[in-house]
Design a protein around this ligand. Structure first.
Ligand code: ARG
Length: 592
């Protein structure tokens, strides 16, 4: 169904046409003076110039022609030429009742759904997840859910870092610790063991040890490079060992991502790009796109309109090694071949900005993607501590994601037992659900590209623009609905919003108007790849609801038609909030 702004805009545009002006002047927006009106049209000002007439004269003509239209409660021309609009109860309630009955609250689905790949998470195999992995997981998951909800085919890919030097480092460190393993015996001819030679906790200890060794031990470093090279050329022994690294590490990553409610459709990685690299490089050379420069193979990506000079994209180093740019380019080839996406969205730290400019431009130059294939980089900012510096542990170390989640759950738990009578088990369970909401909302409510301060106290507060506040609102609605049922009411029977004769109170209308903005907001959130718009909407809707709730005695209402309409309005509000938090990637508890 058409969005409410479109519906109002159409009527006003038609009025402009009736009065002899172009339809385009009838564009209607949400009022920026909510104290005066709900919607406004400023078209008469622009029309005044084109038609050489006073703007107020045009506005008055248009308003006069709409006086009897029952869409409006009030439509007035205001000097110097604004048209201020309040919509009628009938029109508003009719719109809401349609939202109740239509699939997805009447959101129009795209005629031609796109295939969109969201590249997010970007964890590195053999390393534990740390706070730096929080944002790509949280933002990416939400972006994926938003794209899906508005009607596209979406594929989320974890794009693991599983193919670089860390792999060679782990292999060589394993060799130093367990030299007798068959992977290191060149004469070994049998089947390699199916059992991994390390557990996840050992693996997590092996990698940092190896990486530290590389910094001080040149010989070890050379061996790690050599091992990486052998792996990338599919040495059977190292491939067998690498598969163990992958299995052990992926199982652990999956467990961690699951607990964050982050679910990938694909668990591919940089290694999947390897089979495409050689042909890609040869093709780039043949096309004259890549050329040798100081021994390396590079692609020029600078464009005349660049404000600063951009270095070429290196696709092969002088020692023959491939780089991060190379695997990202080859990954694009694989994705086109296997999934043929119309759009790819990369959710990665904004400090990788240059990398993605280079990759995207090189991909276009080499013809890896069609001109219509969209490549979007959603670069996110840093999560800082209260000191304004990147978030660290108390002793200055890198904070593991698990530890951070535990901290926030603990903070929520303490709040819950402070003022609630729920039992221990429920408090623990709720702390997890609310903690995740606090964490995700705290992150997503900021525009992704901005840095933000991680503030446990603020994020876990039940008041203000926080996840727990949204959940609290949902739980409040649930409890009113339960009361209604306890008093003999039936939630399932058909009810009509606004069926009673009574006029709408300000807070009631405020809530209704906020609900009608949902579909507009969702389209914007998708188009601008902006989950923070979903947060902002949730916050405004919760505020509008709570205002209504404080001013309205719902359960005690004697006019049953009026009460039934409110119950339907509450159900709608609750369902919308639940949909929105699902798009943000968290859930609501039954009680709080
Ligand atoms: N693993 C990378 C890192 O830790 C992030 C990967 C992002 N995705 C991509 N296609 N480059 O920095």
């Amino acid at each position: 169904m058409k969005k409410i702004l479109e519906q109002i805009g159409e009527v006003v545009s038609n009025a402009f046409v009736t009065c002899g002006y172009e339809a385009g002047y009838g564009r209607v927006t949400i009022s920026n003076r909510p104290d005066l009106c709900e919607y406004q049209c400023n078209g008469a000002m622009a029309a005044a110039k084109a038609y050489k007439k006073a703007p107020i004269a045009i506005a008055t003509e248009v308003v006069d022609s709409l006086k009897d239209n029952d869409l409006f409660e009030e439509i007035v021309a205001i000097a110097p030429g604004f048209i201020n609009i309040k919509i009628s109860k009938d029109f508003l309630c009719d719109y809401l009742n349609k939202m109740v009955n239509e699939d997805k609250f009447g959101l129009e689905m795209p005629e031609n759904p796109l295939t969109i790949m969201v590249d997010y998470g970007g964890a590195n195999v053999a390393k534990p997840l740390h706070v730096g992995h929080l944002r790509p997981a949280i933002i990416g998951e939400s972006v994926k859910r938003i794209c899906k909800y508005v009607g596209h085919n979406v594929i989320g890919d974890a794009h693991l870092g599983d193919w670089g030097l860390p792999m060679g480092q782990v292999i060589e460190e394993t060799k130093d610790r367990q030299p007798n393993l068959p992977y290191f015996n060149p004469d070994f001819k049998g089947e390699y063991p199916t059992e991994a030679p390390f557990t996840i906790s050992e693996l997590e200890e092996i990698y940092p040890a190896a990486s530290a060794k590389c910094k001080v031990d040149e010989a070890f470093k050379a061996r790690a490079h050599e091992a990486t090279f052998k792996l990338q050329n599919y040495d059977p022994a190292y491939t067998a060992l690498w598969k163990h690294i992958m299995n052990v590490s992926k199982a652990d990553l999956k467990k961690n991502y699951d607990s964050l409610q982050v679910f990938f459709d694909l668990w591919k990685g940089e290694s999947d790009a390897q089979p495409y690299i050689e042909d890609m490089i040869n093709d780039m050379i043949a096309k004259g796109v890549a050329y040798e420069s100081q021994g390396a193979l590079v692609v020029d990506i600078a464009e005349p309109t660049d404000k600063k000079e951009l270095p070429p994209c290196i696709v092969r180093k002088s020692d023959g090694a491939y780089l991060y740019e190379t695997t990202d380019l080859a990954t694009i080839i694989e994705r086109v071949k296997l999934y043929n996406p119309d759009q790819e969205i990369y959710v990665v730290d904004k400090r990788q900005d240059l990398h993605f400019i280079q990759v995207f431009r090189a991909a276009r130059k080499a013809g890896l993607v069609s001109p219509e294939h969209k490549l979007d980089f959603l670069g996110f900012g840093t999560m800082n501590g209260k000191d304004g510096k990147p978030f660290k542990t108390r002793d200055g170390g890198v904070l593991r994601l698990e530890a951070l989640v535990k901290d926030i759950n603990e903070a929520v738990y303490n709040r819950i037992i402070e003022n609630r009578e729920v039992d221990e088990a429920e408090a623990r369970e709720n702390a997890k659900i609310i903690g995740l909401a606090a964490l995700k909302y705290g992150d997503l409510s900021n525009q992704a590209s901005k840095d933000y301060v991680f503030d446990v106290d603020r994020f876990t507060s039940f008041e203000g623009n926080t996840g727990p506040y949204i959940l609290y609102t949902i739980v409040r609605i649930k409890s009113i609905l339960n009361k209604y049922v306890e008093n003999g009411g039936d939630l399932e029977s058909v009810k009509t919003i606004g069926a009673a004769e009574s006029v709408l109170s300000d807070s009631e209308k405020g809530l209704m108007l906020q609900i009608t903005r949902l579909n507009e907001m969702l389209e914007n959130a998708y188009e601008e790849i902006a989950p923070h718009k979903v947060c902002q909407y949730c916050y405004e809707l919760s505020d509008a609801f709570n205002k209504f709730y404080h001013e309205t005695k719902i359960i005690a209402e004697e006019d049953k038609t009026r009460q039934a309409g409110w119950i339907e309005l509450l159900k709608l509000t609750k369902n919308i909030l639940l949909t929105c938090i699902d798009l943000l990637g968290f859930e609501a508890p039954e009680r709080m």
